[in-house]
Every structure is written in C-alpha cells, then in structure tokens.
Write a protein that binds this ligand. Structure first.
Ligand SMILES: [Fe+2]
Ligand SMILES: [Fe+2]
Length: 385
C-alpha cells in the first residue's frame, strides 16, 4: 500500500461523516426536515471547558489586538443607524428584483415545460418570491443567533486574552445582527420559518464539540464564510433600499469575523498532528455538505405544496442557479487553504471540494487580507469621516 492510500484510508466514509454515500443523494437530503421545537426553545449541552488565563498581556497576539481596536470603533446601532421608516411593499420588491436579475430570478418557459411549475401563474410566482424572502431572512436570523451563542462560547473557551477581548466585540455585533434581521422580518416581511434542519444539525454539532477550535472552524470559517458570500449576493441583487443598507452594515462586521477565525486558527493548526488535522478536515467537509443541503429550501416548497425533489432537479438543470450555489463557497475555500486543511493528508479535502465543483476558488484572497472589506459601508466609518 502506498503512503497516500494509507493516510487517506483513515478518513471516515461519506456514510460515516454525513449519513449518505453519495453527496447528491436527494432522497437522503430531503428526508431531514426542520420544525419548531414545541417547547419554544432548543437546548444543546456545551461540552467545552471554560478557560481562565492569568496572562493578561494585551497585544501578545498583535493581529488580534489590532482587530479588537478596529471592532471597538466600528460599533453601530441597529435602531438609530437605519431608516426603519422606509416602507416595504413585499410584492413590489419581488417583481422589481426579478426584473433586475432575470438570470437568477426568472424562469424561462422552455425550462418549465412539463414540470410541476408549468401551471403556475404570475400570482403564484410572486407568492413564491415572498415565501423565499421570508425563508431566507429567517435562516439569516437563526444563523445569527447561532453566531451569537458560538461567539459567547469562544469568549469562555479560547486560551488567549486578545482573542477573548475580540470575541467580546463580536458577541455585541451578533446581538445587533439578530436584532436587525428579526426586526426586518417582523416589520417588513410576511412570515417566519423555523431553522432549516441541515443548518440546525451543524449548529448543534458546533456548540456540542468539546474542542475550542471547532467552534471557530464551524462558525467563523464555515458558517460565517458562507454567510458573507450570501449577504454579498442578496446585497447585490435586492432593489429594496433598507435591506441593501442593512446587509452592507452587517457585511462590514462579518468581514472582521471571518478574519478573526483565520487569524486565530492559522498558528494553532500548524502545531496539530496529522490525526488532529484529519478530524478538522472531516468536520469542514461535513459542515460544507450541511450548508449545501439547506439550499434545497425544502420548507418553502412544502409551503407552496410542490414536491421539492421535482424542483431541485429543475434548478440543477439551470446552470446560472447552480453556479450561484457553488459561489457561496468562494470565501470558505481560500480560508481552508490558508489554514492548511485543503492540503493536509495529501489533499483529502481538496478532493472533496473538487467533487463539489468548488475548488476553483482556492486561489482567491483569503480573509486575513480582507478584514476591512466593506468597512467603508459601516455607519461608524461614515461618522468618523
Ligand atoms: Fe453576524
Ligand atoms: Fe458574524
């Protein structure tokens, strides 16, 4: 047996890691469905020890210290820095967005012929567009709450004082993000959705893990990396001025959060053994699949009374829509490369992202060079100017 085979054989199979052998097994993806917890809350045991440090020397990690100082100046107020008096006519927004983004948001008749959507009239498409917005913003809100809890956990568990300080600013950022998405849903849209089950499984895994760096890997690198790309798309495509500004403000914060993840993990991962790195590679793969699975938007199709399997086939047949889903990995892949996780164990994870069609992003800049991206859009910066 060659060295390569030996090393790669130690990885879990797809079945062991994600519960199915074929990553595109639609039936398996759709068998996982989200619902509201009847109690009105969801409790996950947190298995990671809280860690005091007696080394209070500020600036021992200069890059984290710099990020902390930046974050203190970049705080903004969700209630007063956004113009909540802007009226949102959700139906009109759906129509205007579709007109502005025909490739991503309009279906052509030829593609619809013979499918379940063939009989839909314009009213039905508009209703779908509204449900789609309700679902997407609900997932943003739930994901932001996940970030709030994870970052509070990092304050407890990370061993370095500079990282605890920075994470404390991120806790405040995430509180503000939950607040803006919740307010936008309540005041401007027309309904809520529960957390998508795939996203929920991932967040539970992240919170339950006993190793402090897994919180970072799951949240800052994977979930926030994907969120930053997703916010960027919606920001680019929406014609609604309040949402556009809100996303711009949130993105200015998120760019720092993803940089925090890479800066914190890059040295630490250089010290890990091959076996420890293997567990991180497996975890990154599992996280990527969970996030890809949620894009089927099963809860929306259920509400529209359309079998999800039929529409997913229709969507994957439209190349613009498929490209769009893969683009969501454009921040994650360069960051995993920077952390050494793409290349460890002779490129096991590189192979996984190749199979997912997302490896081409590996040469984009990683988020340590990107922490000020969108900063000019934040209200704190414009007040300082
Ligand atoms: Fe956030
Ligand atoms: Fe964040």
């Amino acid at each position: 047996m060659t060295k390569l085979e030996n090393e790669q054989e130690q990885f879990g199979s797809n079945l062991e890691l994600i519960g199915r052998e074929n990553i595109d097994d639609l039936e398996a993806v759709l068998s996982v469905v989200g619902s509201y917890d009847k109690e009105g809350f969801h409790r996950v045991p947190d298995n990671c020890p809280a860690e005091f440090t007696w080394d209070y020397k500020k600036g021992a990690k200069p890059q984290l210290d710099k990020l902390y100082e930046k974050a203190k100046k970049a705080q903004w107020n969700a209630q007063t820095d956004l113009d909540w008096s802007i009226e949102v006519d959700q139906e009109q927004v759906v129509i205007a967005n579709a007109e502005a983004n025909p490739a991503q948001m309009q279906w052509d008749d030829a593609a619809l012929a013979g499918t379940v959507l063939e009989k839909w009239d314009e009213k039905k498409f508009i209703e779908f567009g509204m449900q789609n917005q309700n679902w997407l913003l609900s997932q943003f809100m739930h994901g932001e709450q996940g970030a709030l809890l994870c970052t509070a956990k990092i304050v407890e568990t990370v061993p370095w004082i500079d990282a605890k300080y920075y994470a404390a600013t991120q806790v405040m950022d995430e509180a503000r993000h939950v607040e803006v998405f919740s307010k936008y849903l309540d005041e401007k849209l027309s309904g809520h959705y529960p957390m998508n089950a795939h996203l929920g499984m991932l967040l539970d895994d992240i919170v339950a893990d006993s190793r402090w760096d897994m919180t970072y890997l799951g949240m800052q690198i994977m979930v926030e990396g994907l969120a930053l790309a997703a916010f960027g798309f919606i920001h680019m495509m929406t014609t609604e001025p309040l949402l556009k500004k809100l996303l711009r403000y949130v993105m200015a914060d998120e760019a720092r959060h993803v940089a925090f993840g890479v800066l914190s993990l890059q040295e630490y991962y250089k010290e890990l053994s091959a076996a420890e790195l293997r567990e991180r590679q497996e975890f990154a793969f599992e996280a990527a699949i969970r996030m890809k699975d949620r894009m089927a938007m099963q809860e929306v199709w259920d509400r529209m009374e359309v079998p999800t399997a039929d529409v997913v086939k229709l969507m994957t047949a439209a190349p613009e829509r498929d490209d769009f889903q893969i683009l969501l990995f454009s921040k994650i892949v360069p960051n995993l490369k920077k952390l050494g996780l793409l290349d460890a164990a002779d490129g096991w994870l590189r192979q996984k992202f190749t199979e997912m069609g997302a490896i081409a992003f590996e040469n984009l800049t990683d988020s340590t060079e990107d922490e000020d991206a969108f900063a000019d859009g934040s209200p704190a910066e414009s007040k300082a100017a």
